[in-house]
Design a protein around this ligand. Sequence first.
Ligand code: FES
Ligand SMILES: [Fe+2]
Length: 383
Amino acid sequence: MTIEAARSVPRVLDLERTRGPFADARTLPGAVYTSGEVLQLEQRGLFAREWLCVGREVDIPAAGDYFLKEIAGDSIIVLRGADGAVRAFYNVCRHRGSRLLDEPRGRGLARVLCPYHSWSYHLDGSLQNAPRMDEGFCKAEFGLVPVRIGVHEGFIFVNLDDGAQPLERYLADLPDLARFRMPELVCGRRIEYDVAANWKLICENYSECYHCAGAHPQLARISEQISRGERGQEIGACFNGGPMRLREGVETMSMSGRSTLPTIPGLSLDDCRYVHYYVIYPNMLLSPHPDYVLVHTAWPVTPERTHVVCEWLFTAAAVGAPDFDPSDVVQFWDTTNRQDWALCERAQAGVRSRGFRPGPYQSSEDCVHIFDRWYADRLAELL
Ligand code: FES
Ligand SMILES: [Fe+2]
């Protein structure tokens, strides 16, 4: 790293106020939102080492269905095999390294064919054919390089670090959300956003509703924050989160406050009164509602740009109905998302200023502090 570059990386000391007790804590230093060197550290030390949610099993239901995901500069193929198993591989040919697949998603591939010299791979990653290679060439040695993969509640996670703990252990203390039947839910709408803000600002913004009264009138009208004593805090090694209560007479988070879609079967009355919000580190935002599950993933593009993928997951009965119309809930969260991105972009404009000084947390921003502390601890290890 050049001296110039090193100057833009915050010193460990700069993180200490964030890592300290809540009452005296300060938000993260501005450089973590703007520095290319910090993003490189994050890509190497976080995104290439943590479990990341890349999609869902139902996205690739049949043999040969696949999607690509860009992680820390690497293209990854997530592919269902002829045996039904979902696997992940680097999108790199074992001959001379050509990129294999270009289309971001596809259905029913019979094999993976390299466009360069036509090596082909079975759906389990093993080398099928390598035209005119010399005798003695051992096909078994040249299968696609696998990437670690795991599935939790229907969500596919990958991890580029072969030494990482198993997914089950990473997510061990996540609350049990089986009652939301997420593996069965179907994506009814997907919107991707390009946000001119650092990915952490998006996670922080999701972690508090201090801004809701002013920024989201449509949200504040139908749901309310609950006092911290009312419910146990939900914090674990891999996540933090908490519930918000729907106001009296409100059925779900939608423009009308009414639910026009079937409730997820089997939920308790209590589950129908609360919406839960979880940040699963580093970049997954999971929000179960009574009649749908909202999930965001936030992917850094540059220090000051983030690609956000947002999906609305509904029951199969809802999506399969001839009159399926999710617009009430899609419009609600799309509006809220855009209000949030505008706030994040305002914050980005400020944190890059010479005039920015890390500020204090308000009492309802405890989850922002928990996220920032998690991040600051990781970054301190990498510096
Ligand atoms: S690089 Fe793929 S076949 Fe040569
Ligand atoms: Fe918001």
